[in-house]
Design a protein around this ligand. Structure first.
Ligand SMILES: NC(=O)c1ccc[n+]([C@@H]2O[C@H](COP(=O)([O-])OP(=O)(O)OC[C@H]3O[C@@H](n4cnc5c(N)ncnc54)[C@H](O)[C@@H]3O)[C@@H](O)[C@H]2O)c1
Length: 298
């Protein structure tokens, strides 16, 4: 699909970051937008911005971790706009912390929002797209879905699954008229890092307040994401690659280069260990600045 004018788009996580940038850029292309999120205050602002552009927009609450929300949104979408042209599964969350600190509920929360949401979305929207033999599914994963960065673990797990699902669907749906893309952003300046929860060990929490630890962690995240790109710029690239019907959609070629590096497995293993060590050292130094030696807590 080269021309988005008057075509219909459903978008999750549209209230902020990459989702908001997608919504505004697609509105400028003349698309009819059905935007959703759980943060209704931010979503209302995005709706206003789209109205100013002059595109048709419907904004609804859809908690992507709930199948019933997708069922309701799909019924409403089809009755108000008709057929689906572009389905963008974008909403995502992360929970930081090491394997010992993460509870089962943390894994479940992240997998529900980042992975099950896409399964729900496909379940409610795909049958009609298949009947019509047209449409484009775009799943927003991450470069953390190509390379096992050491943290955040549930996030990495969910994003690898989204990449796998997208690759499998790309082949399965190609001859049935449906295109599939997977977006693999690297570091983009959005709210995801600020809004993410982080888990600490019981021992650390006995000695320091959660507020203090969260403050240090957010400084660490800020340090690591200092070179983040603007979501608007990234999304301009994504849209062109979606129009070109690429499976992999990215703003930084380095994200994709990781795939090639896996052809040398021993080197790749070394790289993973080194990457993890660098991350651990950066974290250690940041906590040391506040007099906290993480070695005493491992
Ligand atoms: N920012 C980055 O560097 C980066 C890197 C790789 C991948 N991504 C991916 O990009 C996507 C968008 O994230 P972003 O960076 O724009 O973050 P963001 O936090 O700015 O936006 C995410 C949006 O998802 C919404 N959301 C969260 N839980 C939800 C739920 N249960 N139901 C519906 N909406 C929900 C939030 O309210 C928010 O509006 C995510 O899938 C994320 O994993 C981002």
């Amino acid at each position: 699909m080269k021309d988005f004018k008057n075509k219909n788009c459903f978008l999750t996580g549209a209230a902020s970051g990459i989702g908001r940038s997608f919504a505004l850029a697609l509105a400028k292309e003349g698309m009819n937008l059905y935007i959703s999120d759980i943060n209704m205050e931010r979503l209302a602002n995005v709706k206003k911005e789209i109205e100013k552009i002059g595109a048709k927009v419907i904004a609804v609450k859809c908690d992507v971790s709930k199948y019933e929300d997708f069922q309701n949104a799909a019924d409403d979408f089809h009755s108000k706009l008709g057929d689906m042209d572009l389905l963008i599964n974008n909403a995502g969350i992360a929970i930081g912390g090491g394997i010992e600190e993460l509870e089962l509920e943390d894994w479940k929360e992240v997998l529900d929002v980042n992975l099950w949401s896409i399964i729900y979305s496909l379940k409610v929207f795909l049958p009609r797209m298949l009947e019509k033999k047209s449409g484009h599914v775009v799943n927003v994963a991450s470069s953390a879905g190509l390379m096992g960065t050491s943290e955040p673990l549930p996030y990495v797990t969910s994003k690898f699954a989204v990449v796998g699902l997208s690759e499998a669907l790309y082949g399965q749906l190609y001859n049935r008229g449906i295109r599939v893309s997977v977006v693999v952003p690297s570091y983009i300046k959005t709210n995801i890092f600020l809004d993410s929860k982080v888990k600490f060990s019981k021992k650390l929490l006995e000695d320091y307040s959660r507020e203090k630890l969260e403050q240090i962690y957010s400084e660490l995240v800020e340090e690591m994401t200092i070179k983040s790109k603007s979501p608007n710029r990234a999304v301009r690239k994504y849209i062109q690659m979606i129009k070109d019907e690429n499976l992999y959609v990215f703003e930084a070629a380095s994200a994709i280069a990781i795939l090639a590096s896996k052809t040398e497995p021993r080197k790749y293993e070394e790289f993973l260990v080194k990457f993890n060590k660098n991350f651990a050292n950066t974290r250690k130094e940041r906590f040391l600045k506040y007099g906290i030696n993480l070695d005493d807590y491992s």
